[in-house]
Design a protein around this ligand. Sequence first.
Ligand code: GLN
Length: 273
Amino acid sequence: MCRHFAYLGPVRPLSELLLAPPHSLYRQSWAPRIQAHGTVNADGFGLGWYPQGDEDAPARYRRAGAIWADPDLPDLARTLRSGAVLAAVRSATPGTSPEASAAAPFRAGRWLFSHNGAVDAWEHLPADAAAPADPTTTATTPRSAAPDAAALLALEARSDSALLWVLVQAQLATGASPGDALTAVTLQVAAVRPGARLNLLLTDGRSIAAVRWGDTLWYRADGEQVLVASEPFEPAEPDNPGGWTEVPDHALLLADRTGVTVTPLPPASPPAP
Ligand code: GLN
């Protein structure tokens, strides 16, 4: 499993988010504390940030391999400054590409996206998700946004996450809000892959949408800034884990710099027999 986070708030050096906290994403790459699946996240990493003065065009730095093995990363993180960041460390799911192109964040226009989880038999997902729903049920699971085989061939990387990003983009292209896009894809995929783990994270630099579905997710907000992360950056104390709040499983989180809302997601409708 991977670990990821998104931040919106005052402009600050990336190192303050990525390296400095006691349980930063950097440290989570070799010592995650509450990761539900996997042990280390050494199969790639990526930073995405919205440059000051060019906030509609997020920049990325992605590499295959472990984040701690990149000798230039501390200098980059020390000197890059931003008020909107999405970053991830990766533990590759078997059968997916090891390339940097499979490391989050994925990007399109002003959007950055990350997936923590796994979808079994993801190569067959487009066909399965496109199968007609059972007409004897009242299932409302959206299935229409499944990409065809051509979209599968055009994936940026051979991975479940790259495919999910295509599905999310298809929803956004219909005018769906970020929260509706993540909800639709989560329910669409979970309907045909009940074992799928679908922790999704999406930002445009102004707001964050996130789904917890099968792994961990936390947030910390103080009215001026918000952090949404797989796990807290501070040590957990019995009654106050550094101001962090856990998001319940199967929930949608929406946030901007001024606040956070968390809404339960409905169960995914079972697929047609
Ligand atoms: N399945 C995704 C990948 O292979 C995410 C992996 C993860 O969450 N560990 O990159």
